[in-house]
Design a protein around this ligand. Structure first.
Ligand code: HPA
Length: 277
């Protein structure tokens, strides 16, 4: 079966099980899985039963797909994503996003953990992305273009939807939460960056660094989904403090921020539900 057919089959399988088209898909990054617990009328879709659905091997990525409602808004929460560094191909990394696009989900929200590159950021800060720098060395759209999925050369000027950034900022201010704006740069990983690499990307305009999200965002935009990404700063990027970097430290910081991030996402979905048809 072709990739396209596999995507269509997975979309139908999920659709048959959840029986609504979600308005918003929310993809939760490392240690940020708690939003799924707040869904009303939750239905878990066992992804193990979906051919080609890539299963995360990274610690802190539960790999669950849960559909339900937040208030009146039907949402689909994906707990855990897969990463290029796990050995998955670009097509595999993009598969869940393709399925969401194929289902007709109009809004794609994602969260991730990042290192703070800007001197204005500290661990625990929440940042809404307004742009990215792809240093992962690949583009998930490489290869033959499926014209009915999207154009060969998609625009990336308006990748991070301005109305959704405004909604995120409004939601944050209603919660008394500080939300900064930033540019996210992604390396392939899985080694953390060197101090020189961090200085380089700061010079290039990056505020945050991570190892994920960009491939999915490119695919979501290819399929004309409206994208919003909230990043949570887990650590000062390499070389900024006299300290070693560990995944445990990232997970610990994300555990502390998970509740705040869930509240922010809930409020964003509520505003979206009330304002955007
Ligand atoms: N670098 C890359 N990815 C990350 C980091 C980092 O410092 N923190 C959390 N994810």
């Amino acid at each position: 079966m072709s990739y396209r057919e596999e995507v269509a089959r997975a979309a139908k399988l999920i659709q048959d099980r959840i029986r609504t088209v979600p308005k918003v898909a929310v993809v939760l990054g490392s240690g940020l899985g708690s939003l799924a617990d707040s869904l009303e009328d939750a239905v878990t879709v066992p992804v193990a039963g979906i051919d080609r659905w890539p299963v995360s091997t990274a610690p802190g990525h539960a790999g669950r797909l849960v559909s339900g409602r937040l208030g009146d808004v039907p949402v689909l929460v994906m707990q855990g994503r897969v990463h290029y560094y796990e050995g998955y191909s670009p097509e595999e990394v993009a598969f869940p996003t393709r399925v969401l696009g194929e289902m007709g989900v109009p809004f794609y929200f994602a969260t991730n953990a990042s290192g703070g590159v800007s001197h204005d950021l500290s661990p625990g800060d929440l940042v809404v992305l307004h742009d990215h720098i792809n240093l992962q060395g690949f583009n998930p759209l490489r290869g033959r273009n499926e014209d009915d999925w999207g154009p060969r050369f998609p625009d990336m000027t308006f990748t991070y939807d301005r109305e959704l950034i405004a909604i995120a900022e409004e939601a944050a201010s209603s919660l008394g939460e500080r939300l900064k704006r930033g540019v996210y740069a992604a390396f392939p990983g899985p080694s953390f960056e060197t101090p020189a690499e961090i200085r380089m990307i700061r010079t290039l305009g990056a505020d945050l660094v991570g190892m994920s999200t960009i491939p999915e965002v490119i695919v979501a935009r290819h399929m004309d989904m409206r994208v919003c990404v909230i990043s949570c700063v887990a650590n000062y990027a390499a070389g900024m403090k006299e300290a070693v970097m560990t995944h445990e430290q990232v997970m610990k910081e994300m555990g502390k921020a998970a509740g705040r991030l869930s509240r922010l996402l809930k409020s964003m979905v509520a505003i979206l539900g009330s304002r955007v048809p």
